[in-house]
Design a protein around this ligand. Structure first.
Ligand code: PSU
Ligand code: MN
Length: 303
């Protein structure tokens, strides 16, 4: 059996030049609690379909990397105990006929291979705090440096070292544009305090940047930083308080490596009594909507 399969729905849309948006599965398997995660996975797909965009949710199921899932596949990424799979895990899962939920890196890699050019997620992985000692930097960054896809995210979580993450994106030559803002967002919060060089005003402008990227022979993807609307953001004071307890708990529990992000996310949802979860869902929906507009503008431009 082939190691990669593109669903017929996604293949048809791509073949006809219709808009397609990739969605990741780690956010569903490891980033959101059950049973809200299944509802979210279905809602994101439905939001795209309503806008005339074909969803391409990505996951590895029984050794096959799938770009575009059927209903049972979506159920499995929400309900099964799946490994968290980054790019380096893909060949191992394939050879063992195992399953995994794909991170931003693995989703970007597989979706781009299939020809999908736009991807909506919640937050990107990045440079962890203390990375100067631990070297803990998400493969999301190095993968975006070599993967032709435009990722719409609400920036990176304040659990990461945001300044260092932006420096790494600069070094890796990944363009970062704020959507109607010059401030890089911090996931649950609109503003991380970090300035961006560029702001774009419309989905059309992003599509034109993508076209120019191709003409210029760039290898890199593009990061579109889309802040959550101010009225939906998390209360900054509560955010700061909950984060401080989350870091203390992670240190106490001794978690490290790829377990750190899921641990912090789970802890923060509990400690905020679900408030962070509502904000997380709102920002993800906001990203899905913008990604749909960008994919539509891209498909129009290509005609
Ligand atoms: N950030 C979030 N929610 C998530 C993740 C990141 O706000 O669910 C997930 C994404 O799948 C991302 C991955 O690609 O965590 C990064 O993990 P790591 O730092 O281990 O590369
Ligand atoms: Mn890591």
């Amino acid at each position: 059996m082939s190691a990669v399969t593109v669903s017929s729905e996604v293949a048809d849309a791509l073949g006809a030049g219709r808009p397609v948006v990739a969605l990741e599965s780690t956010i569903i398997s490891h980033g959101l609690p059950r049973p809200r995660n299944l509802a979210a996975a279905l809602e994101f797909e439905e939001m795209l379909r309503e806008r005339g965009v074909t969803p391409a949710t990505v996951a590895v199921l029984d050794g096959v990397a799938r770009v575009g899932l059927d209903a049972d596949g979506v159920r499995r990424i929400a309900e099964d105990e799946l490994a968290k799979a980054s790019v380096r895990d893909l060949p191992i899962l394939a050879a063992r006929a195992a399953s995994g939920a794909t991170t931003v890196a693995a989703t970007a890699h597989l979706a781009a291979m299939a020809g999908v050019r736009v991807f909506a997620t919640g937050g990107l992985g990045g440079v962890h705090r203390g990375a100067a000692q631990t070297f803990d930097e998400s493969a999301d960054l190095s993968t975006l440096a070599v993967t032709p896809i435009t990722v719409v995210s609400a920036g990176v979580k304040s659990v990461l070292d945001i300044a260092a993450t932006l420096e790494r994106l600069e070094t890796l030559s990944v363009p970062v544009v704020g959507y109607r803002t010059r401030r890089f967002p911090a996931f649950w919060l609109r503003d991380s305090g970090h300035e961006l060089d560029w702001s774009v005003d419309s989905a059309d402008e992003v599509a034109r940047i993508m076209a120019a990227r191709d003409e210029l022979g760039s290898r890199e993807g593009i990061v579109v930083a889309n802040p959550i609307p101010i009225e939906q953001q998390w209360d900054p004071a509560e955010h700061d308080r909950v984060l401080a307890t989350a870091f203390a708990a992670a240190a106490q529990a001794g978690v490290h490596g790829k377990a750190v992000t899921p641990f912090l996310l789970g802890f923060i949802v509990d400690a905020s009594e679900g408030r962070s979860l509502e904000v997380n869902l709102d920002l993800a929906r906001n990203n899905v909507r913008l990604a749909a507009e960008i994919a539509t503008a891209w498909s129009t431009l290509r005609r």
